[in-house]
Design a protein around this ligand. Sequence first.
Ligand SMILES: Cc1ncc(COP(=O)(O)O)c(C=O)c1O
Length: 386
Amino acid sequence: MIQEINRLADNIKSLLAPYGKNHNVHEPYFDKNSIGNIKKCIESSYVSTSGQYVNDFKKKLSLTIGSPRVVLTSSGTASLHLALNVIGIEDKEVLLPSMTFVATTNSIKYNLGIPHFIDVEKENVNIDSVKLEQYLKLVSVIKNNRCYNKNTKKEIKCLILVHAFGHPADIDKMQKICKKYYLEIVEDAAGALGSKFRSKHVGTFGRFGIISFNGNKIITTGMGGAIICKNSSDYKKIMHLSSTARMQHPWKIEHNQIGYNYRMANLNASLGVSQLKSLNKFIKNKKKLHLMYLKLSKDNDLFDILENTNGNSNYWLNNLILKPKYKKFKVKLIKRLHENNIFVRELWTPQHMLSMYKKCESSNLDNTIDLWQRTISLPSSFYNGL
Ligand SMILES: Cc1ncc(COP(=O)(O)O)c(C=O)c1O
């Protein structure tokens, strides 16, 4: 069996060989315009929270997403923090997949909420709607149009729907369940810029959607994020909170609540403007890479590639799922690839396994654990010439 694993590592190496010698899971790609815009931004002296590029990026991002209510922020984490702050989750439970990046869970704690973990689908990384509904039926009770956890007596306020690795979750089913159980939806579309469900951009279905422009995302602003707001009163609140809750006045510096300094800087937005122009090119390129990995999986019998099952994915990150009988060789495969300068990674360690979240309530998480034990993220950068 170990020979088969070594052969698999060699196959991955050959597949990536035309695109360089070192491969990280995701690297940003910059063209000449990126440097031009950054230079112009510095020369303008408007490098901070106001300027031409924040306005321009916001406008163009709104058009890409198809929402007039987009707020630019300093990170995906800041976006989640603000969205949950406006919903109001103090001492309330928030459902989320255990298979997510730690920022999703942390943002609940920042707002004094209580994380409550749900399992993902078998062979998929998004929340399992069947398991979710069965679980809610078992643990919750509805009173006065609110959903309560029978065990803890706390209100279950909302669901954070993660579109993991760019693949849209089954939004139709989630919306139905959330309506029935009076749950708000926040879409964590951190890695899903360009992904669509029923021809609509992900992040536009829930009360809020968030996006990340961190250096490892499909487009980057260095660090940065965005919040998509369903309604205009939320949009106004988010705009206000993200800019230190400062009141409009020609000379006074006054604030009417505890706000946050979470706006995106013009310097970051100058990079966003040029990156956004390449989004369609990046998505096409990533789809090609995905098909190459898929072919490799069909040509041997060791693994599957995590496929998109809902709508249109941006194919941000490709993930290799070892067949169960090869599960024990995962670390061997990772080490063999690292020796060949292919720096693959494990999936996010499930949140319920992290020391600070071990005691949180959860559904049965068998699929999450199984997927985590068998899956690695493959190099998925934009490969020029692919
Ligand atoms: C699912 C998910 N949520 C939130 C974030 C946080 O985004 P940021 O790194 O921009 O704070 C990430 C970042 O990787 C993510 O993958």
